[in-house]
Write a protein that binds this ligand. Structure first.
Ligand SMILES: [Zn+2]
Length: 393
């Protein structure tokens, strides 16, 4: 086991041991002129052991056998992969091992699309933590990230050596939404009889009057955006009228109802883009406050669902408590579990060729690059561009 020399490693909160992985690509040519099938395969290399450690303010790092930091920004590197070509993922896997335990002594196939999806899920979680804790908040971005995580589908993965399959976080709210009851209770029928609106006990606006005719239109498939059917909005409206859930379930419902209804409907099948220009003026401060609560709740659910592979153990030799971490993905989630986003958060590097996320103090706005190399690279490119423009004048 390597001796850790750096002083800041006195504050290691957990460590994770694994090994390098060989990642190869099989290209199968099916027919002339057609795109070949690409299949990726993995094999663990126990001869190349790896040690990772997490320390506050440093994040998750890989430690060399001589005890120095070999790679300092594992999480920031990992979550930048979905924007990069497959060869970058293969390189990452070779240097840091696979996200999950994998067998040695023979190749095992893996689905790159699923792995990208799992990494992207982690990235959305980190991005939402950042967006919700920035001093100047981009609320539209927070909405988009929150909905992306909440509505993300389940992905499962299992390698030969894993005891049970891994599944991405499943938000229980989505089960409530999918089974929303469109019916109207007896008490609600009385309301219809007495007035042309229902009174909803709303967690954002207190009491809210929902037009009975409008609810019937929504129920019947009427869409806020003509020409589009919004199954999400239809379910949300049904829950808005009828849900007797937990305070958070109510907040998620009330927020989505008012957001879709008064600010703008998003297209779930098209990257959460708006159908038409959102009505920013209807996005009230009270809604923004509730949105932040929801964002933190969703981030919490994503992290908790991924802490399954972490077990407390007692180190009898050192007489100290420690943690056993089952996989690199677990270690990555464990590292954001320890993050204090009011103090430090991950921002993407401003060098378009890099895109790595890096840890920075929340109050800092000046540091925009992950490294001095990236900063120099962008400054030089700018200088060259200016020079070219001058020369061509
Ligand atoms: Zn960079």
């Amino acid at each position: 086991m390597p001796q850790i020399k750096e002083n800041f490693f006195e504050s290691i909160l957990f460590r994770f041991e694994s090994c390098s992985c060989d990642c190869v690509e099989d290209i199968v040519h099916v027919a002339p002129g057609e795109e070949p099938n690409r299949q990726y395969k993995l094999q663990a290399i126990p001869m190349k052991p790896l040690v990772f450690a997490y320390a506050a303010k440093k994040g998750l790092v890989r430690i060399a056998p001589n005890g120095t930091i070999e790679e300092s920004n594992i999480l920031g590197n990992l979550i930048s992969l979905p924007n990069k070509p497959m060869k970058e993922m293969a390189k990452f896997i070779e240097e840091n091992g696979f996200l999950f335990p994998i067998r040695a002594g023979g190749y095992e196939k893996f689905d790159a699309t699923e792995v990208y999806y799992i990494i992207n899920r982690l990235r959305l979680t980190v991005e939402l933590m950042t967006a919700a804790n920035e001093i100047h908040k981009d609320y539209q971005k927070i909405v988009k990230l929150t909905l992306s995580l909440l509505f993300a589908g389940d992905v499962k993965i299992k390698t030969d050596v894993m005891e049970k399959e891994y599944m991405t976080c499943h938000h229980p709210y989505m089960d409530i939404l999918r089974t929303a009851d469109f019916g109207v209770s007896y008490a609600r029928k009385q309301e219809e009889f007495n007035a042309d609106y229902y009174v909803v006990n709303d967690s954002i606006f207190g009491t809210y009057k929902l037009d009975t005719q409008e609810y019937n239109d929504i129920k019947g498939g009427y869409s806020i955006e003509p020409g589009f059917r919004d199954p999400a909005f239809r379910g949300v409206a049904a829950l808005y009228l009828n849900l007797d859930g937990t305070p958070m379930e109510r907040k998620i419902t009330d927020f989505m109802f008012h957001y879709f209804h008064e600010v703008g409907m998003v297209d779930f099948s098209n990257g959460m883009n708006y159908f038409s220009v959102p009505k920013e003026e209807n996005f009230t401060n009270k809604m923004k406050e509730v949105l932040l609560e929801i964002a933190n709740f969703i981030v919490g659910e994503e992290i908790n669902a991924n802490l399954d592979g972490i077990h407390p153990v007692y180190d009898a030799e050192k007489m100290m408590p420690s943690w056993k971490v089952d996989s690199l993905l677990c270690a990555a989630y464990f590292s954001i579990f320890y993050l204090k986003p009011d103090l430090e958060l991950y921002r993407p590097c401003d060098n378009p060729k890099c895109g790595k996320y890096f840890l920075v103090r929340t109050t800092t706005t000046k540091i925009r690059f992950c490294s001095t190399e990236c900063c120099n690279c962008v400054t030089q490119a700018r200088y060259r561009k200016k020079k070219r423009e001058k020369e061509s004048e």
